[in-house]
Design a protein around this ligand. Structure first.
Ligand code: PLP
Length: 357
């Protein structure tokens, strides 16, 4: 790469340079086969090995317990909204949801197409700037659905409520960022492009004996038991995104695994939030105890400084911190591959702005 860019993209996300290098090489020739990865059969042993390895790395890195299956499917988390409800909501049943913002609302919208939905709590009253707590989980719902990290608003569940019914979670933007207890969940799904790989694959981690109970006739592509029986290859899988996800998970393993990246993610978040709280020119926009380690959001106290501030961070090589249109201000997405050094560059800019103000 010629120009040093500090990539804070909210998704598709930054990936490690060595992952890009290996991915590029596989496009030219894959493992001395004389073929590009892009032109070989997904049934070839070379690709079946990639799929197996990607699934095994998910299991290893997240300590997925026995009885769970790992799948790489398509459709993004947005299909996961519907697919999860389809596989867990009984024909005359209902799903319970906590509405923590745009993506949670998307899951609610899709589930309503299948049946009854009970929204247990919502933080919409304060533009999704906190995680609702203290609601009762109805024992007659088929499942509870949570969005563990709210990519747009910058909130995150730091405690998963104990749940007497099956628990489903959209973990698109915090999977592999911190250790999790997979056994608490019946289904975890995540679009790859936030913290796992490029866009195009979606990981599903599912407790096998929680499936097959809805009484629904599920379309084949959405049918988790069918996908499990076909080892994620009911149809042609997205070979390249899965390969790059595999490379990225290998990188994470070499980094020291999830506990090691969690430590660095915590250090990055402490550095940035520390400056947001210290610097009189800035303020955070969400409840302190619910702040996301992945997508910190903040605003300038004095909007008159906007032009100067925007020029400053752009000149420092920072990319992608403009906030989502529904929140405004700034969002510094700090996915796994973002080094601490990049956060230091952003913090230095904030200090510079203060000096000149
Ligand atoms: C980005 C995002 C989605 C949407 O993902 P797609 O893969 O684009 O469908 C859903 N949920 C969360 C939490 C996200 O961050």
């Amino acid at each position: 790469m010629t120009k040093k860019v500090h990539n804070y993209s909210a998704g598709p996300c930054i990936l490690p340079a060595e992952v890009m290098q290996k991915a590029a090489e596989a496009c030219i020739e894959f493992n001395g086969s004389g073929l590009s990865l892009l032109e070989m059969s997904h049934r070839s042993s070379a690709f079946v090995d990639v799929m197996e390895k990607a699934r095994a790395l998910v299991k290893e890195l997240l300590h997925v317990p026995a009885g769970y299956q790992v799948l790489f499917l398509q459709g993004g988390a947005s299909l996961g909204f519907y697919l999860s409800a389809m596989n867990f909501m009984k024909k005359d049943g209902k799903g319970a949801y906590v509405n923590t913002g745009t993506w949670a609302a998307g899951a609610i919208k899709e589930a309503k197409k299948l049946g009854k939905v009970e929204v247990l709590a919502s933080s919409e009253d304060k533009n999704f700037s906190y995680i609702p707590k203290g609601y009762t989980i109805p024992s007659d719902a088929d499942y509870l659905h949570l969005t563990t990290n709210n990519t747009i608003f910058g909130t995150q569940f730091h405690d998963i409520p104990s749940c007497p019914i099956p628990l489903i979670s959209d973990m698109s933007s915090d999977i592999f960022s911190k250790t999790i207890d997979v056994s608490k969940f019946d289904l975890i799904y995540a679009g790859a492009q936030k913290n796992m790989g490029p866009a195009g694959s979606t990981v599903y981690i599912v407790k096998e004996d929680a499936l097959g109970k809805t009484g629904r006739d599920i379309p084949s592509m959405l049918d988790l038991p069918l996908q499990i029986s076909k080892d994620s290859m009911y149809n042609t899988p997205p070979v390249f995104p899965i390969y790059v996800a595999m490379l990225n998970l290998e990188w994470l393993k070499d980094f020291g695994g999830v506990p090691a990246i969690q430590k660095r993610n915590e250090a990055k978040a402490a550095l940035l939030y520390g400056e947001v709280d210290r610097n009189p020119l800035f303020k955070g926009v969400v409840a302190t105890e619910d702040r996301s380690l992945m997508n910190p959001t903040f605003v300038l106290n004095d909007e008159a400084l906007t032009a100067r501030w925007d020029k400053m961070w752009k000149e420092a090589g920072i990319s992608g911190i403009a906030g989502h249109r529904s929140v405004g201000g700034y969002r510094a997405s700090m996915y796994n591959a973002l080094p601490l050094e990049s956060v230091q560059v952003l913090v230095n800019c904030m200090k510079e702005l203060e000096k000149g103000a």
